[in-house]
Design a protein. Structure first.
Length: 300
């Protein structure tokens, strides 16, 4: 059906819907009034439905016209963004950049610095730890955590940071429970898990794969998980970088009796445009990787 409908018909319908006047729509579109009227008529004919009720005194949208306009408008806006992006000169990074990201300090600094460097960028940023449908909702980039292989979703997945991790426990917890020697034993011990991030309770290991563990302490925060582990509330998976001092000071003990290691914690950037990503997206990712590299080099 879409091959039988011309873009100009849709644009004329959009203008008439917004102005409730064929004359005013024609003036704004700078085309003859007869053309606008014909475009709407051809669209109605192609869809086999009345979109606008026209009388000598007023014009109102039908239910079908209302539905078409509400669903059509974001598509036309997105199309306009694509064409504008293609039109911009190669040296100009501009446009509306829509990002979902965890609320991490170094990411906050990087995003602010990027927008300062490129003043023609308009930013909309939502902070979420567990975004599900961000790309489907019109966001350009979704930054999220993951452990283990990433499911093929049709989007481009780029690794930003990788943190090797380990299972840890406090000395007080190990006074109550012996070190587990198998995944079966681990599954019976109290563990600290995420609530919704990283698929919640299952833990992922490099060889054993997914392991279900028992948990009465579920948090979507690495800081909260470490605090709980220090208090002896359960075994936890933490990045080495996040608990190095506690391991060296004996406040936490690495569980090395499992003969396996947790999958690394990875921060991914997910976006569309496998072959031709938007210039704004490409520039943002390059800048983000540079900032992250500098951040971790300076921390060493």
């Amino acid at each position: 059906m879409i091959s039988n409908i011309e873009l100009q018909w849709l644009l004329s319908f959009q203008k008439v819907y917004e102005q409730l006047s064929i004359k005013r729509a024609a003036e704004l579109s700078q085309i003859p009034k007869s053309n606008v009227s014909r475009h709407v008529a051809l669209l109605e004919q192609a869809l086999n439905v009345r979109l606008l009720e026209r009388t000598t005194r007023k014009m109102v949208a039908t239910e079908a016209g209302e539905l078409l306009y509400q669903n059509l408008t974001p598509l036309l806006v997105a199309m306009g963004d694509v064409l504008q992006e293609s039109y911009q000169s190669n040296d100009l990074v501009s446009g509306h950049l829509k990002v979902i990201t965890p609320d991490l300090p170094f990411l906050a600094d990087a995003i602010a610095e990027f927008c300062h460097k490129y003043p023609n960028i308009q930013l909309s940023c939502d902070t979420q730890l567990n975004p599900e449908e961000g790309l489907l909702e019109g966001f350009d980039i979704v930054i999220r955590f993951g452990r283990g292989p990433v499911e093929d979703s049709g989007w481009v997945v780029k690794e930003l940071v990788r943190w090797p991790s380990c299972v840890v426990a406090s000395p007080s917890l190990l006074d109550k429970y012996p070190k587990p020697n198998s995944m079966t034993e681990l599954g019976k011990l109290p563990c600290i898990t995420s609530l919704s991030v990283l698929q919640g309770m299952p833990w992922k290991f490099k060889r054993a794969g997914t392991v279900n563990v028992a948990s009465r302490y579920k948090v979507n925060s690495g800081h909260m998980a470490k605090s709980a582990a220090l208090k002896g509330l359960g075994f936890a998976i933490l990045p080495y970088d996040a608990c190095r001092q506690e391991l060296e000071g004996g406040l936490l003990i690495k569980i090395d009796s499992l003969a396996d290691e947790p999958e690394d914690l990875v921060l991914y950037a997910i976006y569309s445009g496998r072959r031709y990503p938007f210039k704004k997206v490409k520039a943002f990712l390059e800048y983000l990787q540079l900032v992250i590299q500098q951040h971790y080099l300076s921390a060493e």
